[in-house]
Design a protein around this ligand. Structure first.
Ligand SMILES: Nc1ncnc2c1ncn2[C@@H]1O[C@H](COP(=O)(O)OP(=O)(O)OP(=O)(O)O)[C@@H](O)[C@H]1O
Ligand SMILES: [Mg+2]
Length: 139
């Protein structure tokens, strides 16, 4: 996809994207009296590398945990590739194509570093020429 896919997109938080693969609404999660996540609306454009930035304790990991079924929000709905993911367990989220890696390496201690990295890149054909020639692009 061309780099100017965002040409018509306003530089504002939560604006609609031309072809979002992930859309989340009203995602909230509190720990006691602490509101760790309070996201009104977010969209991630398909086939782009998108970063979520914020200071330590901002709620990034908690947000990813919620979207991938490792934690449950108090409110909110989200869709991945048009499929509702609310209430989906981690393995169902992964099988539907939303795969995550872990910030803490202790999560999957029995796997090597490279195995941990490969976990987040399912369906990758690698960089071999022949594999690239026959690889079907991921939609
Ligand atoms: N299981 C939990 N129980 C209680 N509080 C939690 C729990 N998990 C996270 N928190 C709190 O929620 C807030 C958000 O934490 P989170 O780990 O999501 O931040 P982060 O943006 O990923 O930070 P970092 O940049 O350090 O990775 C923090 O105040 C944290 O202490
Ligand atoms: Mg984190």
């Amino acid at each position: 996809m061309s780099a100017d896919v965002f040409a018509e997109v306003a530089r504002e938080p939560g604006v609609p994207k031309p072809d979002p693969i992930l859309v989340a609404d009203a995602i909230r999660r509190s720990f006691g009296g602490l509101a760790a996540v309070d996201v009104a609306h977010v969209e991630v454009q398909r086939n782009t590398i998108t970063a979520l930035i914020g200071p330590n304790g901002a709620g990034k990991t908690t947000f990813f945990n919620l979207l991938t079924g490792f934690d449950t929000p108090s409110t909110g709905t989200w869709h991945f590739n048009g499929m509702s993911m609310s209430g989906a367990s981690p393995y169902k989220a992964a099988r539907r194509g939303m795969v995550r890696t872990f910030q803490l390496t202790k999560s999957l201690t029995r796997m090597t570093v490279i195995e941990n990295m490969r976990l987040g890149a399912t369906g990758q054909g690698g960089e071999r020429l022949w594999a690239r020639a026959v690889q079907v692009p991921v939609a």
